[in-house]
Design a protein around this ligand. Structure first.
Ligand code: C2E
Ligand code: MG
Ligand code: MG
Ligand code: MG
Length: 280
C-alpha cells in the first residue's frame, strides 16, 4: 500500500503510473504540459481552533485536473516532479495561486489570517523560492504576513549555512515556518534554539490511534509539551474522530486539521464553508 510505505519513498500508484520507464516519461511530459496549461488546482483544507471550531488558517494542497483521469492526488505526481525541476514550477504556481486568493479574499472582506503551502527541498534550496516570495508579495501585498511554509524535518536537518540564509531572508519577508509531519523524520533541537519555527504539525500517524495506542498518545503529549516549552503553535493533522478531538482539546493542543472539520476543498467551496463557520 502506497500510504504505508511512507511519504519519503518514491511510490507511484494507479495502473497508468510508474509501471515502466516509458510510462514515467509519458507522465512527466503530461505533467509538464499540465503546469503550462493551467491543469493544476489548489484545494484548501481548514485549520480550526479546537476550543470553538473557528477556522483560523488553511493548508493549500495541489491537485492535477488531468483530462480523462479526473482529479489526480499529489502523491501520484509530486514524487515524480521532485526528480526534476518540474517541482519548482509546481510549487511556484501554487504559491502564486494562494497569494492571489489571499489578495482577493482580503479585498472582499474575508481576510484569512494564514495559509500554509508545502514546499519541496529542491524548491527551497536550489530553486527560486525566495525570488518567488519577493515577486508574489510585491504583486499581492495582502498576502504579506499571511503565508506559512511547511517544511519537513529532513529538509531542515540538511540545511547548510547557505540555505539558512534563504530561510532567514524569508523570515524577514514575514513568512513563518511550520514543521510538517512532525515526529516522523530526523528531529533536531537546533531549529528550536534559533526560533525559526512557528508551528509544529503532529503527524497523522500518531493521531489515528490516539485512543487505542498508549505510545501514540504519549508521543502526542510529548509533542504538545515540546511546543509549549518553546512557545510554538501546535496543529494536529488528520483528526477524523470526536474522540481524537476530545483528547487533543483536553491535553492542550489548540489547533487541528482533519476530515472532522473539513476535507481539502476547491476555492468556492472553501469560501462557502468559511462564511458558514463565521456565521455560527
Ligand atoms: P501533507 O502536507 O502532510 O498534507 C496532509 C495530507 O493529509 C493531505 O493529503 C490531506 O488531504 C490529508 N488529510 C488531511 N486530513 C486528513 C484526515 O483527516 N484523514 C486522512 N486520511 N487524510 C487527511 P494530500 O492532499 O493528498 O497531499 C499529500 C501530500 O502531498 C502532502 O502531505 C504534501 O506533502 C504533498 N503536497 C500537497 N500539495 C503540495 C504542493 O503544492 N507542493 C508540494 N511540494 N507538495 C505538496
Ligand atoms: Mg503539509
Ligand atoms: Mg503533513
Ligand atoms: Mg502527513
Amino acid at each position: 500500500q502506497a500510504k504505508a510505505a511512507g511519504r519519503n519513498t518514491y511510490v507511484l500508484y494507479g495502473p497508468e503510473l510508474g509501471k515502466t520507464a516509458h510510462a514515467r516519461v509519458d507522465l512527466r511530459r503530461a505533467l509538464r504540459y499540465a503546469v503550462r496549461n493551467g491543469e493544476l488546482r489548489v484545494h484548501y483544507q481548514p485549520q480550526v481552533e479546537l476550543a470553538d471550531g473557528r477556522i483560523v488558517a488553511a493548508e493549500a494542497l495541489v491537485r492535477w485536473e488531468r483530462p480523462g483521469h479526473g482529479l489526480v492526488p499529489p502523491n501520484s505526481f509530486i514524487p515524480l516532479a521532485e526528480e526534476s525541476d518540474l517541482i519548482v514550477q509546481i510549487d511556484s504556481e501554487v504559491l502564486r495561486h494562494v497569494a492571489a486568493d489571499l489578495q482577493c479574499w482580503s479585498e472582499n472582506g474575508f481576510p484569512l489570517p494564514k495559509i500554509s503551502v508545502n514546499v519541496s527541498a529542491r524548491q527551497l534550496y536550489r530553486g527560486r523560492l525566495l525570488d518567488d516570495f519577493r515577486q508574489v508579495l510585491d504583486h499581492y501585498p495582502a498576502a504579506r504576513g499571511r503565508l506559512e511554509v511547511e517544511l519537513t524535518e529532513r529538509l531542515l536537518v540538511d540545511a547548510v549555512p547557505q540555505n539558512r540564509r534563504v530561510l532567514d531572508a524569508l523570515v524577514d519577508l514575514g513568512v513563518t515556518f511550520a514543521i510538517d509531519d512532525f515526529g516522523t523524520g530526523y528531529s533536531s533541537f537546533g531549529y528550536f534554539r534559533d526560533f525559526l519555527i512557528h508551528t509544529l504539525k503532529i503527524d497523522r500517524s500518531f493521531i489515528q490511534q490516539l485512543a487505542e495506542e498508549a505510545a501514540d498518545a504519549r508521543i502526542t503529549l510529548a509533542i504538545i509539551g515540546l511546543a509549549k516549552t518553546f512557545d510554538i503553535e501546535v496543529v494536529a493533522e488528520g483528526v477524523e474522530l470526536p474522540a481524537q478531538q476530545a483528547f487533543l482539546c483536553q491535553h492542550g493542543c489548540a489547533r487541528a486539521q482533519g476530515w472532522l472539520f473539513g476535507k481539502p476543498m476547491p476555492t468556492d467551496e472553501f469560501i462557502a464553508h468559511w462564511k458558514q463557520a463565521r456565521a455560527v
